[in-house]
Design a protein around this ligand. Structure first.
Ligand code: FE2
Length: 425
């Protein structure tokens, strides 16, 4: 299922990991009302309730149905309602109509989760030796799948709340979000050379991080931190959104069609710039990284600044071996924070904002998707998307690593996406 995943019979730690991730998903919605959990503000953004059910469907479909001998589906219709895109499994309820599912209710979805959790726990405790490796691999895949959906649940809810004139806050701003002053942007040089790219075989990796392979990198430089809101404001004030020379052709077409004039969540009210956040509508913190920009905007900003976006290999080579630490989901901040001043090494590599790279999302040389329906997880999306690296303030730390490849379409802005500049050395 996931090549590179060390076969293990460590069912006890995996059971604890499983229980922890499942509980942390429920914790994200514990203070929400059922009405909040059924919002679908656009086809790409699914209701929180659907995320709760779909992650459960994943374990039911790929773990319980094939491996739990006595498993009976909780409801026969859930196989269609909560299948996202796995044609090998069967039909799917239309993506854009997930918000129409007032039934099953949130309470019924919670019950669905509890019944699947009980069965998975029993299976992990009792699985015969001959299937335990495969079960463990699929549960581990499902745990990382759930982490991806935790982030989507929050970005989808943020988009939904942003469309409400009451500007609901998902979470109160924590006391730790006081102003910080990021230092000046420094340029860090990397020699490059013939470097190894891809998962190195230690711990979990998705199939799209494999196989590890050599890449020849010319000497390059990376910015020491992410582009700030203040710096991005400079692009706006310089008529960046009105200057086609900065933009890719498809980007300029999108700017014209969508009337883009600023990042997704910026609002100008009575001459003041505000930003919609998971803390509600607040004055923009100019020292924080710009977020919720598309690939097109990231590329145009870099062109205006006389730089470029890093390639995904440049990013990974620079990040390899560095600790996964930063403003992550566990921080409880739910918003990108300013970089700390004084650092001369790479800041904000993990957490804060996903970083657009200039690389198209393509298979690595020798890539083979997993056999069966679960092979639809990553491989069939390898066209027309750009790779993002690093993770955001909404990503669980255990889920991230230097070789991780996220991917979204060039116009997408509802994920927590930002900009790190690069240059040739
Ligand atoms: Fe999914």
């Amino acid at each position: 299922v996931t090549a590179g995943l060390a076969p293990t019979l460590a069912a006890v730690p995996l059971a604890a990991t499983y229980a922890g991730v499942r509980a942390s998903t429920l914790a994200l919605v514990a203070h929400l009302d059922p009405e909040d959990c059924n919002l679908q503000p656009m086809p790409d953004a699914s209701p929180a309730k659907w995320h709760l059910a779909h992650t459960t469907w994943f374990f039911e479909t790929f773990v319980l149905a094939p491996f739990a001998p006595d498993w009976q589906p909780v409801h026969p219709a859930y196989a269609v309602l909560f299948n996202s895109y796995y044609n090998g499994v069967g039909a799917q309820h239309p993506r854009a109509e997930r918000g129409l599912l007032s039934r099953p209710t949130l309470a019924e979805v919670r019950d669905y989760r509890a019944r699947v959790d009980d069965a998975v726990a029993a299976l992990l405790a009792e699985a015969p030796r001959r299937v335990a490796d495969e079960i463990a691999a699929r549960v581990e895949l499902g745990v990382h799948h759930e982490a991806q959906h935790q982030e989507l649940l929050l970005t989808d809810l943020k988009y939904a709340f942003s469309r409400n004139p009451l500007h609901p806050a998902y979470h109160a701003p924590p006391a730790t979000t006081g102003p910080r002053a990021p230092g000046p942007l420094e340029w860090l040089r990397f020699d490059g050379g013939n470097v190894g790219i891809g998962a190195a075989g230690e711990g979990f990796a998705f199939d799209n991080e494999l196989p590890r392979h050599p890449v020849l990198l010319s000497p390059y430089r990376l910015a020491s931190r992410l582009v700030t809101n203040a710096e991005y404001r400079g692009f706006i004030d310089a008529e960046g959104y009105a200057t086609p020379a900065h933009w890719l052709a498809d980007g300029w077409t999108t700017v014209q069609r969508e009337h883009w004039r600023h990042p997704l969540y910026w609002r100008q009210v009575d001459g003041e710039w505000l930003e919609f956040t998971l803390h509600g509508l607040v004055p923009i913190d100019w020292t924080a990284p710009v977020s919720h920009v598309s690939y097109y905007e990231a590329q145009a900003y870099a062109a205006w600044a006389g730089r470029r976006l890093p390639t995904e290999s440049e990013w990974e080579h620079a990040a390899a071996g560095r600790p996964v630490a930063g403003n992550l989901l566990e921080s409880g901040v739910f918003h990108p924070r300013p970089a700390e001043a004084g650092g001369t090494s790479l800041a904000q590599l993990f957490g804060d904002c996903w970083e657009w790279t200039g690389s198209a999302y393509l298979p690595y040389p020798g890539y083979r998707p997993a056999a069966g329906a679960v092979g639809e997880y990553n491989g069939k999306f390898m066209n027309g998307q750009a790779v993002l690296r690093g993770g955001s303030c909404l990503s669980a730390g255990f889920h991230l690593r230097a070789s991780y490849r996220n991917f979204f379409y060039p116009p997408d802005r509802w994920q927590c996406t930002g900009i790190r500049l690069a240059d040739d050395a």
